[in-house]
Design a protein around this ligand. Structure first.
Ligand code: 0A1
Ligand code: ZN
Length: 881
């Protein structure tokens, strides 16, 4: 097979400044779903900083029909320009000129959801990363920043609301029932932050008074039927605005902040200047339709997009290789915001869980790339766990190394130096280095080297000298194009416990005084030894407190030591982690037993430790729920040489069922103790209680006894909120009992008009571990509510099955693989971005047994052989195979 695809690789080292700059942009949209006319007027001039003379102007453009073109007011003769497939080229333009173009586009045919497209009753745009070129010819790159003035024209009946970035400066009526609005965004911005929205929408309005006393209008636009589901998003926005003022001294800059909720959206949300566009799942919530987790996610994403106003918009990226400059930093900011709004330890635990289950897998496979990648075919493929979440961990390490005051000083310096600019990661790290008076040269390796470092820790206690040595070795596995790695500079937060679980003073040899109980060791070498003095007995090391670096930690703890850490460490993350390590050992031992045909039996000591935890009334319930949740199948898989999805599933289920049986009384008691005492409120502080209660139910359901089924069905029928409804329906959906079908039917009947809830209904079925799941999923493709054109719906069924149902997706027959490849090929022509994201499960093929490897590879090859394969899909499939 020949892979002669003419896809051009873009390389970081090839960056050159733009030959031309654009000072102002005037756009006029004659909006219509079938055919929209876009008239643009660009004020261009040769870039004084360009490399060499500017020979020609190459504007980006895709799927555009050029209607007319004028230079300095004169129609351009055909020999003075060229229309290529993806460019408009003007070979010899003047130094400074006005270019006017009229292009025609079709929003209704734009199923890729990039550029201007139709979603329900509106037209909206998505321009990051390279969608603006699907609207008009432009220098569509983030280091070209301009002031935009935009006029929208549309029939008033179809689109009573006309929105764009910035301030509305003029509105008026036009003949034939049309109207218009003109918007001016006074802030220079890159084209990827451009947005317009037009449609039949209503707004929830509110006000925010900034720290300097300015009044900001807050407007949240939704379809009429959703107006009652906006309060939480609005309240979250106000909390985010206040938080950024208090924590970072950052105030909002425009007079209006608008958010629009759309049903068809490729990602979570988009930070367009003054006009965020959100996937409606991160806006709409009511107690009946949204779970506690949904409420939480809304607050987080609202915060994320708001925080981008300073980290992304005011200071943006010079080029797309710098994506983590805005994304890693903004993830860190939204994590800290959420941590301040809820339980900080629980937030940290959920963030680490996500990182280790998804980012670690990415970093260990053929798609591994540095936080700042070196090359790409399609930038949309690099909105990755690595760029976002590992990028966030890198910022967190800087905050740990510099301390809160140093980090804040660094942020202030970064804003002071670079406001209004498009910069690189280097400028950010330099600001941190300068503010903290530190050399962060070695730290930059976190941006350049891919792969998850491994810290191997050993120790030695010398009773005679009362000294304790901690020997830390670091290494990092090879990743694509990076066979050899240099050591990282990283913070290792730690403490030492005596055998009673009391914290010991931490004095390194050579130090006087200083007997803190928790400290940060800085690692820089492949191997380092830290010697603590005045240590009265052999301690138990508490390592990587608060998960101070995104690494894999290896230290040979005994069961007894893990229990000591679980019950006594002062750091909640370490307490949780000790339990996870212990549970992981137990399950992986059972996996080995099962693989070797031995019977499975659960150690009494494990059950006893679980009982102690479960009945510990002092524990915070949200934390307890985390501590009682077993490591995920995907995380366990990561730790196996050759992944055995069946054995992992069976061993884990065996543990759940055994605990459910042997601790039935305790689970029932805890569940009863967490029963609601009044009607549900999302912010009643009881979400931890609900989580624990639903976790108890799932353990009770694991052995599949009728009383447990009755309890679940009872909870399902009486629930006054989605958290408890799903909490009961999830275990029911995984149970081979008559109540299952009954409950799923009732749920659908009740919620069939609600997109968000119907997504949940698809996902519940796609993630059921019952053996017949794949057939059900295939049947659901023909359900009247299934749509290939809606990304949320595709994710809820195809994505959920292939990414969150390891045992059924990896069915030994290969049927799961064939199913996924079929759907990818269908999506390839509809929405390449979504199609590409669906390929990732195949990228892990090397981790499985020979038979599965072969079957997965065959599907990848089938995908690669498809004529007209989108660049997005090609890149992921080609790198994977
Ligand atoms: N910048 C957004 C994410 C985003 C990226 C690409 C999109 O379309 C292809 C849409 C949104 C964020 O970080 O929230
Ligand atoms: Zn972002």
């Amino acid at each position: 097979m020949s892979h002669t695809h003419a896809h051009v690789e873009i390389r970081r080292e090839d960056y050159t400044p733009p030959d031309y700059l654009i000072e102002t942009v005037e756009l006029r949209f004659e909006l219509d779903a079938e055919t929209t006319l876009v008239s643009s007027r660009l004020a261009l001039h040769a870039n004084p900083d360009r490399v060499g003379r500017a020979p020609e102007l190459r504007l980006d453009g895709e799927e555009l029909k050029l209607i007319s073109l004028q230079l300095d007011g004169v129609e351009l003769a055909p020999e003075r320009y060229r229309v290529e497939e993806k460019h408009l080229v003007i070979p010899d333009p003047p130094e400074r000129f006005i270019l006017e173009a009229v292009t025609e586009i079709s929003p209704a045919r734009n199923t890729a959801l990039s550029g201007l497209y139709v979603s329900g009753p509106m037209l909206c745009t998505q321009c990051e990363a390279e969608g603006f070129r699907r609207i008009t010819y432009f220098l569509d790159r983030p280091d070209v920043m301009a002031v935009y003035r935009v006029t929208l024209v549309a029939p008033k009946s179809k689109a009573p609301v006309l929105l764009a970035n910035g301030n509305r400066i003029e509105t008026g009526e036009l003949p034939d029932g049309r109207h218009y609005a003109t918007w001016l965004d006074p802030f220079k911005k890159p084209s990827y932050l451009f947005a317009v929205v037009a449609g039949d929408l209503v707004a929830l309005n509110d006000r925010f008074t900034t720290m300097s006393g300015r009044k900001i209008n807050l407007e949240l636009y939704v379809e009429q039927k959703n107006l009652g589901k906006c309060d939480h998003a609005m309240a979250s926005l106000k909390r985010a605005m206040r938080w950024d003022e208090e924590k970072f001294g950052r105030e909002y800059d425009l007079d209006t902040y608008m958010i629009v909720a759309v049903d068809d959206f490729n990602m979570g949300a988009m930070e367009n200047k003054g006009l965020n566009v959100f996937n409606s799942r991160y806006v709409l919530a009511s107690p009946e339709t949204a779970t506690d987790d949904d409420y939480q996610a809304i607050e987080e994403v609202i915060g994320h997009e708001y925080f981008h106003n300073w980290t992304g918009n005011r200071i943006t990226c010079r080029d797309w290789f710098q994506l983590s400059l805005k994304e890693g930093l903004t993830i860190y900011r939204d994590q800290e915001f959420s941590a301040d709004m809820q339980s900080r330890p629980v937030k940290r635990i959920t963030d680490v869980r996500l990182l280790r289950s998804s980012q670690f897998a990415e970093d260990a496979g053929p798609l591994a790339h540095p936080v700042r990648p070196d090359a790409y075919l399609e930038i949309n493929n690099f909105y990755s766990m690595t760029v976002y979440h590992k990028g966030g961990e890198v910022i967190r390490m800087l905050a740990t190394l510099l301390g809160p005051d140093g980090f804040r000083k660094g942020m202030d310096l970064y804003f002071e130096r670079h406001d209004g600019q498009a910069v690189r990661v280097d400028e950010f790290v330099q600001a941190m280095a300068d503010a903290g008076g530190r050399d962060l040269g070695q730290f930059m390796r976190w941006y350049d080297q891919a792969g998850t470092p491994v810290l191997t820790v050993t120790d030695h206690y010398d009773a005679a000298t009362r000294s304790y040595q901690l020997i830390v070795e670091q290494s990092c596995p090879a990743t694509p194009n990076q066979p050899e790695k240099k050591p990282f500079h990283l913070p290792l937060a730690m403490g030492l416990l005596d055998r009673q679980g009391r914290e010991l003073p931490l004095r390194l040899s050579g130090e006087t005084g200083g007997d803190s109980r928790s400290r940060v060791l800085e690692l820089r070498e492949a191997q380092e030894t830290f010697t603590f003095t005045g240590v009265p007995e052999k301690p138990v090391p508490s390592l990587l407190r608060n998960y101070s670096a995104p690494v894999k930690l290896r230290y040979d703890y005994t069961e007894e030591e893990l229990v000591l850490l679980m019950t006594h460490d002062s750091d909640p993350f370490v307490r949780w982690e000790a339990g996870q390590v212990r549970a992981g050992q137990v399950i992986l031992d059972l996996v080995a037993d099962r693989q070797q045909g031995r019977g499975m039996a659960l150690e009494d000591s494990f059950v006893a430790a679980f009982r102690t935890l479960l009945t510990d009334a002092k524990q915070d319930r949200a934390f307890l729920a985390e501590a009682l949740t077993l490591p995920a199948e995907s995380y366990l898989a990561e730790q196996m040489e050759v992944i055995d999805p069946d054995a992992i599933f069976e061993a884990r289920e065996f543990v759940r069922a055994t605990l459910g049986t042997r601790l039935a009384a305790e689970f029932q008691q805890t569940r009863a103790a967490c029963a609601p005492s009044g009607p549900y409120r999302p912010d009643d502080g009881l979400s931890g209680c609900r989580r624990l209660r639903n976790l108890c139910l799932s353990y009770l359901m694991a052995p599949g006894s009728q009383p447990a089924i009755d309890a679940a069905f009872g909870q399902f029928r009486s629930a006054d909120n989605m958290t408890d409804s799903i909490g009961a329906l999830m275990p029911l959906a995984g149970c081979d009992c008559p109540e299952r079908g009954e409950a799923l039917r009732m749920f659908y009947e009740k919620w069939k008009g609600d997109r968000g809830v119907v997504d949940k209904w698809f996902t519940l079925q796609a993630t059921s571990r019952l053996p017949g799941t794949l057939s059900e999923v295939i049947a659901l493709l023909d359900h009247p509510d299934f749509e290939f054109t809606n990304p949320n719906r595709v994710r809820s069924l195809v994505g959920a099955f292939s990414q969150s149902n390891q045992v059924r997706f990896h069915d030994a027959s290969g049927a799961g693989y064939r199913f996924l490849a079929d759907q990818i090929l269908k999506l390839n022509t509809i929405n390449p971005q979504i199609a590409a994201r669906m390929v990732t499960p195949f990228s892990r093929w090397r981790r499985f047994d020979a038979k599965r490897q072969e079957m997965m590879k065959k599907e990848l090859e089938r995908i690669l052989a498809e004529p007209g394969l989108a660049k997005d899909v090609y890149e992921i499939a080609a790198k994977s195979v």
